[in-house]
Design a protein around this ligand. Structure first.
Ligand SMILES: Cc1cc2nc3c(=O)[nH]c(=O)nc-3n(C[C@H](O)[C@H](O)[C@H](O)COP(=O)(O)OP(=O)(O)OC[C@H]3O[C@@H](n4cnc5c(N)ncnc54)[C@H](O)[C@@H]3O)c2cc1C
Length: 347
């Protein structure tokens, strides 16, 4: 049995740790702060169509979406907890002047994906021209997802260590051990999933894009309402409204300006949301790359998986599958597609 060290306790690190542990590997997760990850605050939309992803990023995302029901099934079994995962599609609201969104939905339909068009309901503002129902999309409450991942890993005997990894001791292309604030760590294989903080450890073009979101009470929607202005996500007992997109480094906290924008953007599509009461505010840092695609870096005895930007929750099953395949000796095509070499080639 090998000892695998996973650095990072976001959805990517924990998802990979789960796949390794279920395979019978000995896993240690090292994280400097289990509450720090973007993964706890994400909206949890699994929405490659609404996000209008293209090319390899669309393919990777779509394959991951298709893996989700199975991923949730074995996560619930391993954790003995229920995950609030909802299928049946997402409503993409088309605002006035956004005819290209409708055109794209027709292209998806022509390609054979599940798309239908519905008349806007009376509670939507006059700015909403049309509603596209992307029937294959889904969403997951990320708090219940993260909670189940932690529970499953504990039940499977995974060891959790709180420490800040400051550096790697390398011998050629192999990681010999990790230097932490509290201790050094040695394993047979290392999986790095440090999210937006990747640059602290590696020479990779990853930077944070801050997102603020709010939770409100008193609004009841059947499905996610996604628009270019905001997204409204129904969860058990409240509505999640997201999200800002700010290049302000790791500036902490929610701001009044963020709150104003979120409220305005949400009321622009559903005016009655003005009556809802504010329950809470959240913020986190998307791990972003210059082209918005993930970065997968392969070493002799390690993998770096980061840069999932706006879609890390969606990408979790495929990313974990690809990591497990690699450990078993096979290379998924997406390892090459999302290698950091794509940035070297351009310079
Ligand atoms: C407001 C908002 C809304 C979002 N909505 C969606 C959505 O609807 N759908 C979707 O798919 N995605 C969404 N995302 C994106 C998604 O949250 C991220 O892509 C995903 O969470 C990234 O996961 P990760 O595991 O790579 O990083 P994180 O979740 O950030 O985890 C990184 C972990 O690494 C640890 N770490 C970093 N450096 C070190 C170190 N040196 N030593 C020890 N530990 C370290 C951190 O403490 C943390 O535990 C959203 C993001 C935000 C902010």
């Amino acid at each position: 049995m090998r000892k695998i060290i996973v650095v990072g306790s976001g959805v990517i690190g924990l998802g990979c740790a789960l796949f390794f542990a279920l395979e019978g590997e000995r896993v240690q997760v090292i994280t400097r702060n289990p509450e720090e990850p973007a993964s706890w605050v994400a909206g949890g939309m699994l929405a490659p169509f609404s996000e209008e992803l293209e090319g390899e990023l669309f393919q990777f995302s779509y394959e991951s979406l298709k893996e989700y029901p199975e991923f949730i099934r074995f996560l619930e079994e391993a954790s003995k907890k229920r995950v609030d995962f909802r299928e049946g599609g997402i409503y993409r609201l088309v605002l006035k002047g956004e005819e290209e969104v409708l055109e794209r939905s027709r292209a998806y339909a022509r390609a054979g994906y599940g798309v239908e068009w519905v008349e806007p309901w009376s509670y939507l503002s006059e700015e909403v021209l049309s509603v596209v129902h992307y029937k294959e999309e889904a969403w997951v409450d990320t708090e219940s997802l993260m909670d189940a991942l932690f529970s499953a890993l504990r039940r499977l005997g995974v060891n959790f260590t709180i420490d800040n990894i400051k550096g790697l001791v390398m011998e050629g292309k192999e990681v010999k051990n990790l230097r932490g604030n509290a201790s050094d760590y040695r394993g047979d294989f290392y999986l790095f999933a440090p999210g937006a903080w990747a640059r602290e450890l590696f020479d990779l073009p990853v930077y944070p894009v801050k997102g603020q979101a709010i939770k409100v009470k008193g609004a009841d929607l059947e499905r996610v309402h996604y628009s270019s202005s905001s997204y409204l996500i129904p969860r058990m007992g409240y509505l999640y409204i997201g999200a800002t997109s700010e290049e302000v480094g790791f500036t902490p906290g929610n701001t009044l300006e963020g709150l104003r924008r979120l409220c305005e953007m949400a009321m622009r599509v559903v005016p009655s949301l003005g009556e809802s009461s504010l329950m809470g505010m959240l913020y986190g840092y998307r791990p972003t790359t210059p082209d918005g695609k993930p970065i997968f870096e392969v070493g002799e005895n390690y993998l770096i998986l980061t840069g999932h930007h706006r879609n890390g929750i969606l990408h979790t099953p495929m990313t974990a599958k690809l990591a497990l395949d690699y450990l078993k000796g096979s290379r998924n095509k997406f390892l090459e597609a999302f290698s950091k070499d794509r940035f070297l080639k351009k310079t």
